[in-house]
Design a binder for this molecule. Structure first.
Ligand code: ZN
Length: 114
């Protein structure tokens, strides 16, 4: 398996991006570029983010709902996509598995695109 990344979504995959369903944006990954780690709602993000911070791996998150919608739906409906460098992704996954290995929901989300 040769890992590739979808330039549009930042998701690591093999043949087809599981998010946009396309293979047009795929190219070989680079170790320092951001890759999708996990998508979480506000509550889950509050639990997982400290674990991520503990790894020391730089990360950023993107909310998928705009500010206007957030106000309308309430904070709890917002989802965050977390991105980490390709080179630190495995470490972050292990850290999350260590802490949330018993949490079926978090584990399902962590392996969403595997
Ligand atoms: Zn994509």
């Amino acid at each position: 398996m040769r890992p590739v990344i979808c330039e549009k979504c930042g998701v690591l995959c093999e043949e087809r991006c599981p998010v946009c369903g396309s293979s047009r944006h795929l190219r070989p990954e680079k170790p320092d570029e951001p890759a999708h780690l996990i998508t979480l709602n506000t509550m889950q993000a509050m639990l997982v983010e400290p674990v991520l911070q503990d790894t020391g791996v730089p990360y950023f998150k993107r909310g998928s709902v705009g500010a206007a919608l957030t106000a309308q739906w309430g904070m709890m409906r917002e989802v965050f996509r977390f991105f980490v460098p390709v080179s630190g992704r495995e470490r972050c996954r292990e850290a999350i598995e260590d802490v949330f290995g018993e949490d079926e929901t978090i584990m399902r989300l962590l392996h969403e695109f595997d």
